[in-house]
Write a protein that binds this ligand. Structure first.
Ligand code: 5GP
Length: 213
């Protein structure tokens, strides 16, 4: 049986640096990882490219995608739709690639329901003050949008305990290494469990091959 890839959900408060962590993983381990590109009804930010950062669609088109069953999961975030196109994720995972989904918590928890083997990672900043300063420094959102995103972070915080692992993004290098190690460990464990179950199954089949007298 071909080895299936792992679905890795990376979530975290807005501005925490999830995108940079993901970019580093893809750059360092291009053979191992694939990135799921989401569809969104949000307008592109400056520098964002169609098909690279997102598939930018209208709200109507997004609803059509929902109706056609083309999305694995979707959520509404600050009045915009965001969703994961199904086909790419499934085919890449079937081909043995680990697929990274950089999505918010509702979507992450839905992925866990659909794929209990997936790995859910949540990235947090060392402090709220640091997060605020990073968001202002990024300069891509207005102060009122930043305020909305921080309020959303307060709501998201309640769901974080349902994630598998919490990662503090203080030092990027340490953080990328930690994420990579967590992924490798999960794969090793999954491989060991798989081998053990296969062995036990064979043993059981052997024992039950003949009916007792
Ligand atoms: P942004 O507008 O900053 O690009 O994204 C806003 C939020 O939507 C982020 O938390 C991001 O992770 C999340 N997001 C992006 N794509 C998806 C998706 O396909 N599904 C869900 N549920 N959330 C997504």
């Amino acid at each position: 049986m071909p080895k299936k890839g792992l679905l890795i959900v990376i979530s975290g408060f807005s501005g925490v640096g999830k995108g940079t962590i993901v970019k580093e993983l893809l750059k360092r381990y291009p053979e191992e990882f694939r990135l799921s590109i989401s569809a969104t009804s949000r307008k592109p930010r400056e520098g964002e490219e169609e098909g690279k950062h997102y598939f930018f669609v209208s709200r109507e088109r997004f609803r059509e995608m929902i109706d056609a069953g083309a999305l694995l999961e979707y959520a509404e975030y600050n009045q915009n739709y965001y969703g994961t196109p199904k086909e790419y994720v499934i085919s890449e995972a079937e081909n043995g690639h680990n697929v990274i989904l950089e999505i918010e918590v509702q979507g992450g928890l839905n992925i866990k329901k659909l794929f209990p083997d997936s790995l859910l990672l949540y990235v947090v900043p060392p402090s709220a003050k640091e997060l605020y300063e990073r968001l202002v420094g990024r300069g891509t959102e207005s102060l009122s949008e930043i305020h909305r995103r921080l309020k959303r972070a307060v709501e998201e915080a309640d769901y974080v305990p349902q994630y598998d692992e919490l990662i503090v993004n203080d030092d990027l290098e340490v953080c990328v290494q930690e994420v990579y190690e967590l992924i490798r460990r999960r794969q090793e464990e999954a491989g060991e469990q798989h081998a053990m179950i296969a062995r036990l199954k064979n043993e059981l089949l052997e024992i039950t091959k003949e009916k007792p007298e």
